[in-house]
Design a protein around this ligand. Structure first.
Ligand SMILES: [Zn+2]
Length: 559
C-alpha cells in the first residue's frame, strides 16, 4: 500500500446547487425503490462534504491570518445550515420508510436512532437562529484570541501564559493569574452580554422546536440516546461524595509539602512540589521519541503513528498566527485523520499529544465501519479513546519526560485527572441551572456559579483575583459559550479511562487489546453499550467511580 499523504487529500468546493442536485438524485433512487443505491450515494456524498469541510477548517486554524483560508471558512459556515436542511429532509424521508427492517439492515439500527434524534432538533424555522448562534460563538472565540497579555517583558496570548501559570516561582504564578483575569475583567460586560444573548437565543430555538427548555435539545444534539439529565445529576453527586474529599486531601498535602500557610488558586497548577516535570525536549525531540514509546505499547499503534508522521498528518508546533488549542480532525474519503496542537514546552504538550493521538487512532481503527455516522462515537465515548491513551502511555512515558521524571509525571497526571472531576461537574451543573432559568440576569448567573463552586471546589482561594471573587471563573471556559452541555463528557470518559488504567496495571496487553477493540467499534453503538463492550462499568452504575477513585487514592498514598 502506498503511504497516504496529507498533501494529496483534495476535495472540490461544493455549491448549494450541486448539493441540491445530488440530493435530488438520491431522492430519485428512493422513488425507484432502490434504497441501497440511495444510501450508498448519500454516504459517498457526506464523506466528500465532510472531507472538504474538515480541510477548510483545518487550513484556517493553521493560519488564521490567511485571508483566503478565512474567506473559505466563511463560505463553509454559510453552506453548513443549507447542507443540514437537505440532510435532515432526507433523514425524515428515510425514517418514514414503512419497511423499517430493510432500512435498518442497510443503514444499521443505531444510525436510525441517531437520525431520529437529529430530525427533532432541526427545523428550517430555526435556521436564522442557528446562524446567529454561530456568529455569537465566533465572537467569543475571537475575543479570547485577541488577548494581548504582558508578562516578563513579553506580550503573549492566553495559551502563552501556560508556562508562567505553572512556574516553580510562586510570585510568577500569581502574576500570570493576575494578568489573565485582568483581561477577563476588562471585557466583563461583553462576556456577560454574549452569554446572555446565547442563552436566550438557545431557549427561543428550543421553544420553536416544541421543547420547554434548551436542555433536552442539547442532549439530543449530543446524541445522548441512552441516558438523561437525571443520570448525569447522580453522577455529579458521586463526584461530590467520592472525589471532592480526596482532592481536598491532595491539596492539603501539597500545601504542607510546600510549607505554605494557605493554598491559593495560583498554587493549584503546581502539582509537583519539585516542579511539574517537563517534556524531555522540543517538538522535534518529542515527535521522534514518541515512536519508541508507541513501539513499546502496541504494534498497531506503532504502525499507525509511523503512517501519521510519514504522511504529514500532524501540525503540533506553535506559530504566531495559528489558532489555539488542540484537536483531531478527519477526512472520511481518505481514512487517515490529522492532529493539531500548539506545544509550549510544558507537560501539557505530552497530555495533548497522547490525547489527540488517541482520537486519531480510534478514527483510523474504525475507518472500515460501514457508514459515515459510525466513524466517530458520541463525545463522551470519543473521550475514552483519547483519555484512555493518556493512561495507557504511562509505562513508556519515560521516553517523553526522561526516565528519572517518569514516576513524578505519572503521579502528576493522575492527580490532575482526579482534580479535574469536581471542576468538570461544576461546569455541567452550572449549565443545567442556567438553561432551567433562561430569564436570569448576568448577576444572578454569577451567584449561581458561586453557590455551585462553594459545593464542588470548596478549596478555591482566589486571594486578590477580583474577577474570580465575583463568580466569573466560568467565563474563561469556551465550552460554556460554544459547546453547551458538552463538558460533562470529559468527566464521564475520565471514569472509563481510569478503568483502563486500573486494568493495565493488572494485565497491560489485555487492557491495550480491549482499548484497540473499543477504538475499532467507532460510533457503531451508544455510549453505555460501547463502555460495556470494552468490559468497563458504566459511570452511571453504582460504585463505578468509587472503585477507580479508591485505587487512585491508594496509589497516591492518600487513604
Ligand atoms: Zn478529546
Amino acid at each position: 500500500m502506498d503511504t497516504p499523504r496529507f498533501q494529496d487529500i483534495k476535495e472540490p468546493r461544493p455549491t448549494q446547487e450541486g448539493l441540491t442536485a445530488a440530493y435530488a438524485g438520491i431522492n430519485a433512487a428512493l422513488d425507484r425503490g432502490d434504497r441501497a443505491a440511495a444510501l450508498a450515494n448519500w454516504d459517498a456524498l457526506r464523506r466528500r462534504y465532510e472531507t472538504w469541510s474538515s480541510l477548510v477548517h483545518l487550513h484556517f486554524a493553521q493560519d488564521t491570518a490567511d485571508a483566503v483560508a478565512k474567506a473559505e471558512r466563511d463560505y463553509a459556515d454559510a453552506l453548513a445550515p443549507e447542507a443540514a436542511e437537505l440532510e435532515t429532509a432526507l433523514k425524515r424521508r428515510l425514517l418514514a420508510d414503512p419497511d423499517r427492517a430493510a432500512l435498518a439492515s442497510l443503514a444499521g439500527d443505531h444510525a436510525l436512532r441517531l437520525w431520529e434524534t437529529d430530525i427533532t432538533i432541526f427545523d428550517p424555522a430555526i435556521k436564522a437562529d442557528l446562524e446567529e448562534e454561530a456568529r455569537l460563538s465566533a465572537r467569543y472565540t475571537e475575543l479570547l484570541a485577541s488577548a494581548k497579555l504582558e508578562i516578563d517583558g513579553k506580550v503573549l496570548n492566553l495559551a502563552g501564559l501556560g508556562p508562567y501559570a505553572q512556574s516553580n516561582d510562586r510570585e510568577t504564578r500569581h502574576q500570570a493569574e493576575q494578568v489573565r483575569w485582568r483581561f477577563f475583567a476588562a471585557n466583563a460586560t461583553v462576556l456577560d452580554d454574549l452569554y446572555d444573548q446565547l442563552v436566550k437565543l438557545r431557549h427561543r430555538m428550543a421553544r420553536t422546536l416544541g421543547f420547554d427548555s434548551y436542555t433536552p435539545v442539547a442532549y439530543r444534539h449530543l446524541h445522548r440516546v441512552d441516558y438523561g439529565p437525571d443520570d448525569v445529576a447522580r453522577y455529579r453527586d458521586q463526584v461530590l461524595r467520592h472525589v471532592v474529599p480526596l482532592v481536598g486531601k491532595l491539596l492539603e498535602q501539597r500545601r504542607a509539602a510546600n510549607g505554605w500557610d494557605r493554598l491559593r488558586f495560583w498554587d493549584e497548577a503546581l502539582v509537583d512540589p519539585a516542579g511539574n516535570p517537563k517534556p524531555i525536549g522540543d517538538h522535534d525531540v518529542l515527535v521522534d521519541r514518541a515512536q519508541a514509546m508507541f513501539d513499546g505499547m502496541d504494534g498497531r499503534l506503532a504502525a499507525f503513528y509511523r503512517l501519521m508522521r510519514n504522511g504529514g498528518f500532524m501540525d503540533l508546533k506553535n506559530r504566531p498566527s495559528k489558532a489555539g488549542g488542540g484537536f483531531c480532525t478527519s477526512f472520511p474519503t481518505a481514512g487517515v485523520p490529522f492532529i493539531f496542537a500548539n506545544f509550549n514546552g510544558t507537560h501539557d504538550d505530552i497530555g495533548v499529544f497522547t490525547h489527540e493521538m488517541g482520537h486519531a487512532f480510534q478514527n483510523w481503527e474504525s475507518r472500515h465501519q460501514p457508514g459515515v455516522d459510525y466513524l466517530w462515537p458520541t463525545m463522551e465515548a470519543a473521550e475514552i479513546n483519547s483519555m484512555g491513551l493518556e493512561f495507557l502511555s504511562y509505562p513508556g512515558i519515560g521516553h517523553l519526560v526522561g526516565d528519572a521524571a517518569a514516576d513524578r509525571f505519572r503521579r502528576m497526571h493522575l492527580i490532575d485527572a482526579l482534580a479535574f472531576l469536581p471542576y468538570g461537574v461544576c461546569v455541567d451543573h452550572f449549565q443545567h441551572e442556567v438553561y432551567a432559568n433562561p430569564t436570569a440576569s448576568p448577576t444572578e448567573r454569577h451567584a449561581m456559579w458561586q453557590r455551585l463552586e462553594a459545593m464542588y471546589l470548596p478549596w478555591a482561594d482566589y486571594g486578590d483575583l477580583d474577577f474570580l471573587l465575583k463568580g466569573g471563573r466560568w467565563q474563561a471556559k469556551p465550552h460554556i459559550y460554544g459547546s453547551p452541555f458538552y463538558y460533562i463528557d470529559y468527566t464521564l470518559a475520565q471514569c472509563c479511562a481510569m478503568q483502563f488504567w486500573v486494568r493495565s496495571r493488572q494485565d497491560y496487553p489485555a487492557a491495550m487489546d480491549a482499548y484497540v477493540q473499543l477504538c475499532r467499534r467507532g460510533g457503531s453503538a451508544p455510549f453505555q453499550d460501547l463502555v460495556r463492550s470494552a468490559g468497563l462499568v458504566s459511570p452511571f452504575a453504582d460504585g463505578a467511580l468509587e472503585g477507580v477513585v479508591q485505587e487512585a487514592a491508594a496509589v497516591l498514598g492518600v487513604a
